[in-house]
Design a protein around this ligand. Sequence first.
Ligand SMILES: [Mg+2]
Length: 211
Amino acid sequence: MTTSTPPSAPIRVVVFDLGKVVLDFDYAIAVRRFLPRTRVSLHTVNEALNGSPLLLAYERGELSTAAFFAEVQRLTGFDGSLAEFETVFGDIFTEITPMTALVPRLKAAGLVTAALSNTNDMAIRHIARTYSFYALLDHQVLSFEHGSMKPEPRLYEVLEARTNSRGPEIFYLDDREENVVAARERGWRAFVHQAPEESIRTMATHGLPVA
Ligand SMILES: [Mg+2]
């Protein structure tokens, strides 16, 4: 497992971050739907949920969905059920089809595909039942299942172990610079995703069958 991989090693695994790479999301949509069901201000809702310590604890797997929801109720006075909350906060995604279309294409060419994501149980259940590309991925490495978030090394180690791949055998796209830096430190071929056309060009440059 510790054998070094030559820099010319062919790519075996293509890894996608989910948010803002294969799925766009608009948090403001959820907040607009959620706010009238609470007894607090927009500011308080944002403080409770948007990038909050509470959400981070949930995405790190320190809180169950039930515990997360109980805390949201306590902080905001949300008057609905967990099922309603899941509808409000699950349905914030839009598929980025030029990217999701790559998954079957890469698999058909014999490549392993994977997701590497900081996310939570509620979002993943919504994604799994809504978007067909998700089940096509060979591996899903998710922060809340491993008690670790990118850019910490642990989640990257899980991906390497699951795929039995290392360094330049792994091609990775993520919209966040710090996550790409951490991947590059491991020798992965990692790139900041900004637009599908640009990322697809980069993939082609690395010999991936994206055309
Ligand atoms: Mg992202």
